[in-house]
Design a protein around this ligand. Structure first.
Ligand code: FE2
Length: 303
């Protein structure tokens, strides 16, 4: 077993998106090899409806997958193929845009006006960029949750974990998407297959991912739960943690516990040509997509 080092710990950045939605971006529109096969991660938690209800009106996607996970409030979705639906708390929509869709995504707060959810973009390999669009809408009750003896809870959205398999399938990047809650003071290790690229996004409480790779001069030694650990400063809400190679990560939960997404997938390792919500391999393919939008041929008729 080898512990994955923490390559970087950074705060999500306030960002304005869509028609004026105030959200926090953990990564996106930067070096796409950094977290390949993932391109972007947004946290759209907000307690002020005026800051999110303008939503994400009609826009195209091609060449990627968008994964929406709602924790509070709802997201109403409709697209150019005639699909409509509403995601509620705990629901997931895994949309494979493939050859192209035009859609809108409109968040609404819960009874208290609160909205919380995440959107992740996964890349598609060249041979699947023009695949037929596909939706996997999963309701909260279809997502298995495993609870360990120490109270650690893991919702398995996709991939296999502790004997459970998430309900999403057939995804190119072979992702594992876990929603993990570790109780106060507990130290927990999670296995992540070596071939995967991995990150965590902390969104509740605080904790420290143990990093054995740091030279001792950089390490902070703290006593938590009666054990002295080599850990970095505790990371809290809206923190992205990027992991290096290895086959497991260990987190030490702080005094209030912590909740984070633990996401990993197989790198695609292909050239990336990125134009807003369209991500292809070459500039020529981007030009083609823009031309298709102009010509009204972006959406391929259903077979
Ligand atoms: Fe979208």
């Amino acid at each position: 077993m080898s512990l994955r080092p923490t390559l970087e710990t950074r705060a999500a950045v306030p960002t304005l998106e869509g028609a004026g939605v105030k959200l926090h971006r953990a990564f996106g529109f930067q070096d796409p090899s950094e977290l390949d096969p993932f391109l972007l991660f947004d946290d759209f938690r907000n307690n002020n409806p005026a800051d999110f209800e303008k939503g994400f009106p009609w826009h195209p996607h091609r060449g990627i997958e968008t994964i929406t996970y709602v924790l509070e409030g709802t997201v109403a979705h409709s697209d150019s193929l005639g699909n409509t639906g509403t995601l509620g708390a705990g629901d997931v929509q895994w949309m494979t845009a493939g050859s192209g869709i035009l859609h809108q995504e409109m968040p609404h707060g819960n009874g208290a006006g609160q909205m919380h959810g995440f959107q992740l973009w996964g890349n598609l390999p060249s041979h699947q960029k023009m695949t037929a669009p596909r939706y996997q809408d999963v309701t909260c009750d279809a997502i298995p949750e495993v609870i360990d003896d120490d109270g650690t809870r893991v919702r398995v959205i996709t991939g296999e974990f502790w004997g459970k398999t998430g309900p999403i399938d057939g995804i190119a990047a072979d992702p594992q998407y876990l929603d993990v809650t570790v109780p106060a003071g507990v130290r927990k290790t999670f296995r992540i297959d070596t071939y995967r690229r991995a990150f965590a996004y902390i969104f509740q409480g605080a904790g420290a991912f143990v990093d054995a790779s740091r030279p001792s001069g950089v390490l902070l030694e703290k006593e938590i739960g009666g054990e002295e650990l080599n850990i970095r400063d505790m990371s809290g809400d809206r923190t992205l943690v990027r992991f290096g190679s290895g086959d497991e990560v260990t987190v030490q939960a702080g005094p209030e516990g912590l909740r984070f997404l633990l996401i990993s997938g197989a790198p695609i390792d292909e050239p990336v040509a990125w134009h807003g919500p369209i991500v292809m391999n070459t500039r020529a393919e981007i030009s083609q997509a823009v031309q298709d939008l102009k010509n009204g041929t972006f959406i391929k008729p259903a077979h």
